[in-house]
Write a protein that binds this ligand. Structure first.
Ligand code: HEM
Length: 464
């Protein structure tokens, strides 16, 4: 078969920078999306020390998603993030022993049974939102005042804090956000920028490097304090991730995770567990409000399944239309917008593109998940009905939770949390766009989420 050159945008006058000036470090995905429109389903970018291949079609992605020939690549922003979470699950290199140890120890807790046990804590935080809105106004319009993305951000942060180590950030209920939340957002944003800048520029940004260091240290300290406190005062009856990490040994090595690694896992759960979930919740409400007939269907389902009864864990699996809405949201707006991969051996992609194992392959998930060859000409339309036959989708067509062994450990946790929150809100409130002319704008920390999206709620008649 004929080998074809991979398209590449022209490199710049300062040749050694290669394509670096094509990338906006504060929102690299947006630059990649834009270049995909210009250069198509595969193109390459040259940076000072690396070559990046960007893929946006289902056909090529399907090959790259095969764990036998490709694997996760910890590079760019992910590598920068290791300052925060080192060899914990998300940022570990594939061969690091602590990844295998933590994966084996924690998988059961994130399985269906483990997740069900966390329902009461998730409900605890979700109910705070309902209560807060209830208190804001008696019968009609309630101005939720916050940007909905920030609101869901606080909600998700509190939920993961409570479930992971029985810690109440009270971010949601208090007026001001807990400093940890700011430190986390700043650290994620700065890691993303560092991962997309030239090394020399990073080394000149002394102030922001110092700030990152300061934030990371503060977060580590809080986690260390929580661990020390738990060790000094064990809480055997608490069902949280920290107890599992402190008390359960890995079935293979018979060893427990050490304290330093537990700290890295804790910040990982906080980072991975709140950004993505909150982004999904905001995108979901955006799509529902833009598509009133879908919103109505979702609300009807809540009325059928719950009526006026308090939600219980058994209801979650019955809310199938809401589940389809979540899946459809994650298809169009995957909050983790890219999968980072590399080939295990030098190979040929699509039978025609030569790929070295040193290349960093970025799969543009949003592109793959709206590829018209799979999703049709309405691939950008929010149509949850297409997710009702989820099992029949082509393999790898929908991958917002990542790939193979390195895919998301928190998927069940996130899905349960989102269904729960959507159901509680729709059961009690009528939701509207604060500004009916709002069109989706997106911002990026490390994950992506709506920007400037506000909602109004009003209590539904008879739902006091
Ligand atoms: C990994 C997405 C929620 C913890 C991943 C990956 C994706 C992802 C795409 C793979 C990243 C990669 O390939 O580099 C999402 C989405 C979520 C979500 C879309 C919500 C809608 C959560 C939650 C938690 C969590 C709630 C924790 C409670 C993790 C961890 C990993 C991971 C620890 C690393 C797994 C490993 O490599 O072993 N997630 N995630 N995620 N996620 Fe999530």
């Amino acid at each position: 078969p004929e080998i074809l050159p991979i398209p590449q945008p022209p490199t710049h006058a300062y040749g050694f920078l290669g394509n670096l000036p094509d990338i906006d470090p504060s929102f690299h995905l947006k630059s990649l999306w834009h270049l995909s429109e210009l250069y198509g389903p595969i193109y390459q970018l040259d940076f000072i020390r690396s070559r990046v291949i960007v893929i946006s079609s289902y056909e090529l992605a399907h090959e790259v998603f095969n764990d036998e020939h490709f694997e996760k690549f910890v590079s760019g922003p992910l590598k920068e993030l290791r300052a925060l979470s080192k060899d914990a699950l998300f940022t570990a290199y594939n061969n690091e022993p602590n990844w295998h140890k933590a994966h084996r120890t924690l998988m059961p807790v994130f399985g269906p049974l483990g997740i069900r046990k966390m329902f009461p804590e998730q409900l605890d935080i979700a109910s705070q939102l309902i209560l807060k809105w209830d208190r804001l106004g008696p019968s009609h319009e309630i101005d939720t005042s916050d940007d909905f993305t920030i609101l869901s951000h606080r909600l998700a942060f509190d939920t993961i804090g409570l479930c992971a180590f029985n810690y109440r950030f009270n971010d949601f209920y208090a007026e001001n956000m807990h400093p940890f939340a700011h430190q986390m957002t700043e650290a994620l944003t700065e890691s993303m920028k560092r991962g997309n800048r030239a090394g020399i520029e990073n080394s000149m940004r002394i102030w922001s490097a110092g700030k990152l260091h300061e934030n990371v240290n503060a977060m580590h300290k809080l986690c260390d304090d929580i661990v020390a406190e738990r060790k000094a005062h064990p809480q055997p009856d608490v069902n949280d991730l920290l107890n599992t990490m402190l008390n359960v040994a890995d079935p293979v090595t018979k060893e427990k995770l050490d304290d330093e690694n537990i700290r890295y896992q804790m910040v990982t759960f906080l980072a991975a567990g709140h950004e993505t979930t909150s982004g999904t919740l905001s995108f979901l409400f955006y799509h529902l409000l833009k598509n009133p007939e879908k919103l109505q269907k979702a609300q009807q389902e809540v009325d059928q399944v719950l009526g006026d009864s308090p939600i219980e864990v058994r209801h979650i699996s019955q809310l199938k239309y809401i589940d389809a809405c979540i899946k459809e949201t994650l298809r169009i707006n995957p909050p983790v917008g890219a999968a980072n991969r590399h080939a295990r051996q030098d190979t040929t992609l699509g039978g025609k593109y030569e790929i070295s194992k040193d290349f960093h392959i970025i799969v543009n998930l949003g592109g793959v998940q709206t590829d018209p060859s799979i999703w049709g000409n309405d691939s950008h339309t929010f149509r949850p009905e297409r997710m009702l036959d989820f099992e029949k989708l082509p393999p790898d067509a929908w991958k917002p939770f990542g790939i193979g062994v390195r895919s998301c450990i928190g998927r069940g946790f996130a899905e349960q949390e989102i269904v729960l929150n959507v159901a509680l809100i729709l059961q009690r409130f009528q939701v509207e766009m604060a500004d009916p002319t709002y069109d989706l704008a997106i911002k990026s920390t490390l994950t992506i989420k709506p920007r400037g999206f506000n909602i109004k709620v009003r209590r539904r008649p008879g739902k006091d």
